[in-house]
Design a binder for this molecule. Structure first.
Ligand code: AHR
Length: 499
């Protein structure tokens, strides 16, 4: 079986946006406490930040980080997390049936982003709160000084403004589970009013309106249209959220999850552009895909604490296998393929909670299987995204009909001349031969080819065996006479670099 496509530097989609490689830190389970922050851990620095985790985050190549939620933000009072730690209250976190100790808050988060080299992306609470609290938070963050809240920030030790540019106007407000859930008109008006007022403080903000929590939401499509009817002029992005899991042992369907993401993006783009046409607007609204991942959400009800309110319980600690990593790679390919309209994205989440990085309290930090496709794409997707149109054998899925075995995208860096192909073989039983016509680039040579694969699609990394699933050299790759030839093993994620 052979799949083919042509590479050409003229087939340019858009520049690679660094913000595609964002992630997400929510006050949820052990993402913050014993994840990124653990005073007393042997690797913790003077601020209580785990340096072993910081190192892995740098290696992962994360750009922006969304904070502090998620569902958590819709009941959060940001003021609880600033000032002297001993004066901060403990609160009930209704979203995750936990106790929030508030020993880590806004200023600690910003200090952590500085150390990790990340851009902060803040979410405001539009569940239990509204315009005024969002303005207060923005004043605290972005005004240099001379006002009550900005002076308070300075007094709390942050002389320089936090300079946060990206702001999410609430979180998943279409979801019945969301504290302060609203209908599309209610939320659209609140988002527009909040955003408009925030721009009066700082005209240079980039604002994200909540789109649907998933394309299967009953209000999907109409939600985006109504919200943007209210907020089109005020916002820059509409969000998409999508999580995937293998259901009923249907691995083939799971490996095709990107078909859903691709359709989701196309539908949101056309809805946003429909509103644009109605309004005769000049600007386009882009997509912030600010929650995406594999998540075995079907297990959630069994995980949530019932009668007790623990601090930092083990929640959503999915242990990912090889097939999960292949799906994560395939979702990254989809985000890149749509780089003309998806200009920001956040892998949800970063540490312990449905995360590429795991930690043990007081112990080790290690890479899940899903760490690898993200790290490789962040490192090697440089320059422009190139459109590729594979001609591929297909396979049958119950959910999506006939699906290509091959999924691929490429990037080309004009500065260095480097070209990288990212490819997934969705076949469960056979390698796929890939032939790529590279003649449009002139003479090229192979720099490196790696594959994440193995005999067991369900093999996992663990704290004791953290490198069981890692990219290995693919010795089948060769370039000859203007053709790259490579064999892609079954259920595999592949990166092939040409110079
Ligand atoms: O990422 C986990 C949760 O998924 C987030 O809190 C919420 O926004 C989404 O439903």
């Amino acid at each position: 079986r052979t799949a083919r496509f042509t590479l050409d530097p003229a087939f340019r989609v858009a520049p690679v946006s660094r913000r595609t490689f964002g992630s997400f830190v929510e006050h949820l389970g052990r993402c913050v406490y014993t994840g990124i922050f653990e005073p007393g851990h042997p690797a913790a620095d003077a601020d209580g930040l785990r340096t072993d985790v910081l190192e892995l985050i740098r290696e992962l190549g994360v750009s922006t980080v969304r904070y502090p939620g998620g569902n958590f933000v819709s009941g959060y009072r940001w003021e609880d997390g600033i000032g002297p730690v001993q004066d901060r209250p403990s609160r009930l976190d209704l979203a995750w049936h936990s106790t929030e100790p508030n020993t880590f808050g806004l200023d600690e988060f910003i200090r952590w982003t500085g150390k990790a080299g990340l851009e902060p992306m803040m979410a405001v609470n539009l569940g239990t709160r509204g315009v005024q609290e969002a303005l207060d938070l923005l004043e605290y963050c972005n005004i240099p000084g001379g006002t009550r809240l900005s002076d308070q920030r300075v007094a709390n030790g942050a002389k320089q403004p936090h300079g946060v540019r990206m702001w999410c106007l609430g979180n998943e407000m279409d979801g019945q589970w969301q504290i302060g859930h609203k209908n599309a008109d209610e939320y659209g008006r609140l988002a527009a009013e909040t955003g408009r007022a925030m721009r009066m403080i700082d005209a240079n903000l980039e604002l994200v309106a909540c789109g649907s929590s998933g394309s299967s939401m009953p209000t999907f499509g109409q939600w985006e249209a109504t919200v943007l009817d209210h907020a089109y002029d005020v916002v820059d992005y509409v969000s998409c959220h999508a999580y995937y899991e293998e259901k009923d042992g249907d691995l083939g369907g799971f490996l095709a999850s990107a078909v859903n993401m691709e359709n989701f993006i196309a539908d949101v783009v056309s809805t946003a552009d429909h509103v644009r046409a109605k309004k005769r607007a000049k600007k386009h609204i882009n997509i912030s895909f600010d929650e995406w991942n594999v998540w075995y959400m079907s297990r959630l009800q069994g995980e949530l604490p019932k009668d007790e309110w623990p601090v930092a319980p083990r929640l959503l600690e999915d242990h990912y296998h090889l097939a999960d990593a292949v799906v994560v790679g395939s979702l990254l390919i989809t985000l890149l393929r749509n780089s003309d309209r998806v200009t920001s994205a956040s892998l949800a989440q970063l540490v312990n909670v449905i995360a590429p990085i795991m930690t043990e309290p007081g112990g080790r930090a290690w890479r899940q299987t899903t760490f690898h496709p993200f790290a490789q794409t962040s490192q090697y997707a440089v320059g422009d995204v190139l459109r590729v149109e594979p001609v591929s054998p297909t396979y049958q899925t119950a959910e999506y009909g006939d699906v290509d075995l091959l999924q691929a995208v490429a990037t080309h860096d004009e500065q260095t001349g480097a070209t990288t192909v990212f490819a997934v073989n969705r076949s469960q039983d056979a390698p796929l031969a890939l032939e790529v016509d590279t003649r449009a680039f002139g003479p090229v040579r192979l720099a490196e080819a790696t594959t994440l694969a193995g005999d067991d699609a369900y093999a996992r990394n663990t704290a004791d065996d953290p490198d069981r699933v890692t990219p290995q050299p693919n010795t089948s790759a060769a370039v000859d006479g203007g053709t790259l030839r490579v064999s892609l093993p079954p259920v595999s994620w592949n990166v092939i670099r040409l110079v």
